[in-house]
Unconditional design. Sequence first.
Length: 414
Amino acid sequence: MNTFTVVFLIALALSFAVEFWLSRRHFAHVQANRDQVPEAFRETITLEAHQKAADYTLAKGRLGEINRVVSLVLLLAFTLGGGIEWIAGLWQGLELSPTLTGVGVILTTMVLMQLLELPLGIYQTFVIEEKYGFNRNTPTQYAKDLVLQFALLVAIGGALLAVILWVMDSIGPLWWLVAWAFIQVFSIFMSWAVPTFIAPLFNKFSPLEDQTLRSRIESLLARCGFQSKGIFVMDGSRRSSHGNAYFTGLGSNKRIVFFDTLINSLSHDELEAVLAHELGHFKRKHLLKMLIASAIMTLIAFALLGWLAGQGWFYQGLGVSVQSNATALLLFMLASPAFTLFLQPITAYFQRKHEFEADDFAAEQAKPRFLISALVKLYRDNAATLTPDPLYSAFHYSHPPAAIRIANLSTKAS
């Protein structure tokens, strides 16, 4: 057996075992605290709502475990099981150019893996989300979204892959540096294009009509020095009752977006506080820091891929006998998550740090008690567990656990 095959299997087994252990810890912690609302929330969250959140968390977690097993089986089937080798053989039989053949191999593999995992997504939406009162999607809308997603994957993903593979085939030993630079430019372009051209394909974005709320928001934006192309309400209720708010875009194309479900559940004071939190990410330059960190990690990844693409043992160790730039890229995308599990808590730590900083900024721009009440409503309405396992949340939570976050804001309010 190829040495790298052994290394890959060990890494895969270790990451799977750690994820399983973390999930078991999380389930046990949520279940143990199911029958008692944490003290900080006893006046604002009912026991019934707390238990619903616990049950919802456990239901999603169990489906997540099944999904993890399915993903593992598919990964092994497509790599060591010969799936990629078989797909590559089919495309090579068409005698197309190396670039088109490579794009075909990668897109076929990605689409097949998504289709094989599709039943779990359908179960998540139409069974779990339906059971807990969140689903507002219909089979027709779900199918339309799916077709559109696949069309965008083929169109945009195919074009992106074609350029990267052309660079790999044509530039020479430093292709990875050129490919990295192109990815950075493409990412910036997509940050500009998504809110204008892609997001409206899935949702309707209407200008905020509430003039009183608009006036308050514009005053907040002026105080924060934030220029926006508009304040929009998104029809998130077409698919789900979950609520959220965000801003998107770059430069003069920045937009502020509220889910209509959020508009309907929060007061003006609470909406202003939530937006102040989102603006905190802008003022504290979190997006810029994330872009820089992502660029550095992508550069390291491309440099590593540039070396692995010339190593025969890399292909053979993952079940592919014929070397090509396309299979190198595909194998790298599929295999790398097995080796990066322990980077998750580092990433999550900085994300939670950013959330604390954004909360602190919001407490300066709006009354902290309104952000607290808004968050409590969001926890309740979204059935977010108030009692996650600390170690599980350290790996997986991009936001601080509810009790810790509320405690931090309470010190500002007092």
